[in-house]
Design a protein around this ligand. Structure first.
Ligand code: 5GP
Length: 114
């Protein structure tokens, strides 16, 4: 069996991390290297899916729960509005192959990138 992902280790309390939300299926942590005033990762507890393409095909209901959790994060920590980013593949900067959504909020300028 493969090693737990960095995110699972945070959820399990093995390494530090600020858990902002936890449900039966998903959890949310602050990104250690924030790219926006609000930068939170929303993650399924299951490590079954490597990226959002697999998640959408394999468990669309879980993807919907991920999006609902992103909205809750934005409601609680921003103004209810949020940018959702999924990196899918190493060549577009995915580094953790346990699917996760980047939730960005409180952006100072309305730029597409950054
Ligand atoms: P990816 O590049 O795979 O889409 O995103 C992985 C994200 O995980 C990165 O934004 C990175 O900053 C974040 N990250 C990596 N290691 C840790 C960690 O130990 N704790 C937290 N909170 N975030 C991490």
């Amino acid at each position: 069996m493969s090693e737990p992902s960095i995110f699972t280790r945070i959820l399990d309390g093995e390494i530090p991390g600020e858990i902002l939300l936890e449900t039966d299926d998903v959890f949310a942590i602050r990104d250690i290297n924030p790219q926006a005033p609000l930068h939170v990762l929303v993650i399924p507890k299951s490590e079954q899916f490597r990226d959002v393409t697999e998640l959408a095909a394999g468990d669309p209901a879980l993807l919907a729960k991920l999006v609902a959790a992103a909205k809750r994060i934005a409601d609680d920590h921003a103004n209810g509005e949020y940018r959702l980013i999924f990196n899918n593949g190493a060549s577009v900067a995915q580094s953790v192959f346990h699917v996760h959504a980047h939730v960005l909020g409180n952006l100072e300028e309305n730029k597409l990138v950054g």
